[in-house]
Every structure is written in structure tokens, then in C-alpha cells.
Write a protein that binds this ligand. Sequence first.
Ligand code: FES
Ligand code: FES
Length: 145
Amino acid sequence: MPEVNVNGHAYAVHGAVGTTLAEALRDELSLTGTKVACGEGHCGACTVLVDGIPTLSCITLVHAVDGAKVTTIEGLRDHPMVYSFVRADALQCGFCTPGQIISAVALVDSKAAPSTEEIRHAMAGNLCRCGAYPKIEEAIRTWQD
Ligand code: FES
Ligand code: FES
């Protein structure tokens, strides 16, 4: 039975072998802020941090993160990046937003003031069907304001 630290709380996850991290988070721990769109590793909606690294939870088995520290969007509710997304109006439907914020936080954790190129590179795996990219970039550029 994998043990995972999620947002500072230790959980023993009961999921059967083959359970994805996204399924464990959403169905077992009721942390539904993590979204699943493609379910195949293509869109980034399900991104969470595993030991600080952006990770696609829809294609990561929960047994593979045994002992790891996982951060979901619920664990970032007081992060300035969340407020920056709101301030910049960096969403439309909002379905991609948790994954966008997770990737953005990982980026600014490694470099507080990334260039536009660096933002585009780091965020390339997070798709937004609503096309909110200019506002998402603005939110990341201005998160410290
Ligand atoms: S839902 Fe995981 S990458 Fe699309
Ligand atoms: S805000 Fe709708 S998919 Fe990004």
C-alpha cells in the first residue's frame, strides 16, 4: 500500500495496482482540484508536483510515487501565483487552470523572474483550449507584483 504525503498530510493509499495518481487524488482523497482531460499525457490538465517536479498524474501510477511528496492545487491555495492568475484574468472555462498554476509555480520556484521564452518553454506542456495563453504569460510575469 503506497504512502504518499499530499499537501503536508501523510496518506496510505488503497488503490489497486494500476491506479493512477490522478485517480487516487480525486477518487480516494477527494482532491478534485486536479483535473483530468485527455487522460493520456498530452494536455497537462492533471499536472501536480511530485517532489517539486511537475508530473502528469493521469499517466503516473500511484505505486510509483510511494514515499514522495505530492503538491496539488489545493496545497497552493495561498500562493501568490493563484492571485496573479485571478488579477490577470488568466482563464476562461478554468479547466486547465490548476495544471497551469502548478507548472507556473514550479517555474518560478526555479527562477523567480523568468523571461517570456522561459515561460513559453516551461508551460509548453499545458494546453489551454480557451486560448488564454497571453493572460497566462502575463500572470506568470507579474506574480510578484
Ligand atoms: S489529463 Fe493528464 S495530460 Fe491530459
Ligand atoms: S481556460 Fe479553458 S482550457 Fe484553459
